[in-house]
Design a protein around this ligand. Structure first.
Ligand code: SF4
Length: 752
């Protein structure tokens, strides 16, 4: 156990993780043994009161990634101990839930730390003017200032001059009400969210192939029961380690794992076969594999004939991807491709899974389509224990893209242009359908135009840190500075919040109840475990207060269950139909899979068994061609730069960089490079180096490892400042999903 003495007025807190690699020893804590809790007042530790001998255990889920591992929050004491001024002892234990089967990663083990370590916001902050510091203020002053700024902007520049930027970590209740707030209270078309930077390519490809986007169309437990998994562009052993239990079970059952990744990641090291294509060449590889599937006679002709359309075009397109050509395009040996197709062709059940490695490209949608084509040709979609799935990243990356915080969407995964959908949702909102704004612009397009005559001039940000996480982040930072007004609601003073005119401190996961939809499409419930500190409010409360100040008479429930009940009604008849899902059912059934259109409906763990969600029930093939990265290496910038995540940090790092055990494990931004590259550049382990692209320079520390290609470097994106790699990535957008090309661009290395 690690004891952390929090700064200022916080309590003694025990973190459950003793470091990056040493997982915690569980057992009675020091405070439990002593029987009292401490409080730091003006730097002194004083005894507050004896702790009562009552154990409280609240079942919940991790606040971070989309696996949404089950956990239990335990704390000693009476109800009084749940109050913000006495959070003496809070400990996380893993819970046996289908996704994590009793496992947690380092982030989950330490998730309680930010509830108590004194690094979160507890007071609204306001800047009196440009260049003035952010100073504490009352909630009334903060909300009044935001409301008057909104009115002033809209009166001068029109409704769409005010924008809303949400996040994939917000609960379903929040995303739903955020979308309603934008359309009903602000009447702006300008709302989008950071999930555009995660899942949009997979979502777009799944929509056009199956008529529906739900990350995994099957429960994760099915992984153990398939015969072959082709896992593309996903480093699950580091990004969501407990899911590897399902892959271990797969192999124990005799199944095989094939990993496609330019890096020999910890995930690839566990594979039966690792294909290591050059960055940006996955589409060519998928077409090459399908070429061999056709050549070797592994196409499931009956499935293709009865359940799909468009195969002839695809078969024609992949003729040009003969193995030797694909080897030249991708660097993957013909023998490895043949071995892969042998495995795929012989298996009775196959899963093809993709993640950000293939999706965060300017060709992301087409690349995912190429892998869906492969799964369809093998006859592996819409059957038990097989199919195509995308591994969602953010905690509510799935629910976050279903309920209306996307520019082109209304609740229930409805298109905002669908007349029937507009009418239904407007009915729930008790407004005229014609008053629902039309589609706005996507996330990066909104951010890139901030502060311009045509763009948003007044922005409200909820639970997102675009200064670190957006593509072309330096430009985005400049655009944020050009706004007339910026308000940020967050739990910590993130890099983005630090630049705001007003900052609103909001509750964290364990301080509020709400639902999240995990990577399987399973709607789960996070239970409130303790009261928030004084001075902190929920997002639902602040949306309601702001709507009031704007003179909006529509209802904005502050009770999460009431908000969820309204969301359920709004989704009725939509693709993501939550009508039959209630808090009660979620608790009783360990989550409910959508669609669930009635109370009596069992939910839908496995999609497409009876047909795809297209008008004729058939899946669509899409012929796609290799285009390569938007920016290829050349003489000046000879290397591929890849970006991604590390084990101990989450997204922009706003939360995990404030947890000591995690920052001790990964304290600084680094570049991973091959020994031969290090020798070529004269770079030693730990040296200060600069990664240079056409968009600028990022300062990092060298980590030399043989697990990466010698033409490729890797930098994680969890840091701001000089180590912010998103300053230098390529903002080229996918034409269909509007996904920026985070994953690859051309770069060179320089010694600092
Ligand atoms: Fe949390 Fe994801 Fe880690 Fe599970 S894998 S503990 S959900 S961060």
């Amino acid at each position: 156990m690690v004891t952390t003495r929090a700064r200022s007025r916080q309590l003694v807190v025990r973190s459950s993780c003793a470091g990056a690699v040493a997982l915690p020893k569980r057992g009675r804590s020091e405070t439990e043994t002593r029987g009292w809790c401490d409080r730091a007042v003006n730097g002194s530790i004083v005894v507050l009161k004896p702790a009562l001998d009552v154990a409280n255990a609240i079942d919940s889920h991790c606040p971070y990634c989309a696996l949404q591992c089950g956990m239990t929050l335990n704390h000693q004491g009476s109800g009084l101990d749940r109050a913000a001024d006495c959070r003496a002892e809070l400990e996380i234990t893993p819970r046996d839930f289908p996704t994590n089967q009793g496992g947690l990663c380092h982030k989950g083990w330490t998730a309680a730390d930010l509830l108590t370590n004194g690094r979160r916001l507890t007071q609204p902050l306001m800047r009196r003017g440009r260049g003035e510091p952010l100073l504490p203020c009352s909630w009334d002053d903060a909300l009044d200032r935001i409301a008057s700024a909104i009115k002033e902007t809209q009166e001068t520049h029109g409704r769409d001059a005010v924008g809303v930027f949400g996040g994939g970590g917000l609960t379903n209740e929040k995303t739903y009400l955020l979308g309603k707030f934008a359309r009903v209270a602000l009447r702006t078309a300008m709302i989008d969210y950071n999930g555009r930077f995660c899942m949009s390519s997979a979502a777009t490809a799944a929509q056009r192939a199956f008529g529906l986007d739900r990350g995994l169309p099957f429960p994760v437990q099915d992984i153990a029961h398939t015969e072959v998994v082709l896992l593309v562009g996903a480093n699950l052993a580091e990004t969501m380690p407990p899911i590897m239990r399902h892959f271990t079970a797969l192999r124990a059952n005799g199944g095989q794992l094939v990993v496609v990744d330019p890096r020999r990641t910890p995930t690839a090291q566990q594979a039966d076969l690792h294909l290591q294509p050059s960055p940006g060449s996955d589409l060519a590889l998928a077409n090459g594999l399908l070429h061999l599937v056709v050549e070797q006679g592994h196409v499931d002709a009956e499935f293709v004939r009865n359940r799909t359309v468009g195969f002839d075009d695809v078969r024609g397109a992949v003729r040009a991807y003969w193995p030797e050509r694909v080897e030249r395009l991708t660097g993957v040996p013909v023998s490895a491709m043949r071995k892969t197709v042998e495995l795929l062709g012989a298996a009775r059940s196959v899963m093809v899974l993709t993640a950000r490695g293939v999706e965060q490209h300017a060709t992301g949608t087409d690349t995912v389509s190429a892998f869906i084509n492969l799964a369809l040709a093998l006859g592996q979609c819409g059957r038990p224990f097989s199919g195509y799935g995308a591994i969602t990243g953010q905690g509510n990356g799935q629910g976050g893209r279903e309920h209306g915080q996307k520019a082109d969407q209304l609740p229930g995964y409805r298109s905002i242009d669908d007349a029937a959908g507009r009418s239904h949702v407007a009915g729930v909102w008790e407004i005229d359908p014609d008053d629902v704004p039309r589609a706005g612009v996507s996330a990066y397009e909104m951010l890139a135009a901030l502060g311009t005559d045509q763009g948003v001039r007044n922005l409200l940000v909820f639970g997102s840190n675009p200064i670190v996480s957006a593509p072309n982040a330096r430009h985005v930072e400049e655009r944020l500075a050009a706004l007339d007004f910026l308000a940020v609601a967050d739990i910590v003073l993130s890099e983005t919040a630090a630049t705001a005119d007003v900052v609103l401190p909001t509750t964290q996961w364990a301080e509020e109840t709400g639902t999240v939809t995990n990577l399987e499409g399973r709607v789960i419930l996070r239970n409130k475990a303790l009261e928030p500190p004084q001075g902190v409010r929920t997002d639902l409360q602040l949306l309601s207060s702001l709507a009031d100040r704007l003179g909006c008479t529509a209802s904005f429930p502050t009770d999460p269950e009431a908000a969820f009940d309204e969301l359920r009604r709004a989704t009725t008849g939509g693709k993501a139909d939550y009508t039959g899902i209630s808090y009660e059912r979620i608790a009783a059934e360990r989550g409910v899979f959508w669609p669930c259109p009635a109370d009596s409906h069992p939910g839908t763990p496995r999609l497409f068994l009876d047909g795809f969600a297209t008008p004729d029930g058939r899946a669509r093939f899409h012929a796609v061609d290799h285009r390569g990265p938007a920016e290829a290496p050349d003489v000046e910038y000879p290397l591929f730069l890849l970006t991604g995540r590390v084990l101990t940090h989450y997204q922009s790092g706003a939360q995990t960089r404030r947890i000591d055990a995690l920052t001790e494990a990964s304290p600084e931004p680094f570049v991973e490079l091959h020994p031969s590259l290090a020798e070529h550049y004269g770079i030693a382990e730990g040296a200060d180096v600069q990664v240079v692209t056409r968009r600028g320079t990022v300062a990092v520390v060298a980590r030399i490892c043989a697990s990466i290609r010698d033409d490729t470097i890797f930098v994680p994106f969890h840091w701001g400042g000089a180590g912010r790699v998103n300053s230098v990535t390529n903002p080229a957008l996918d034409p269909d999903s509007r996904m920026p090309e985070f994953k690859v661009c051309a770069a060179r290395l320089e010694l600092a």
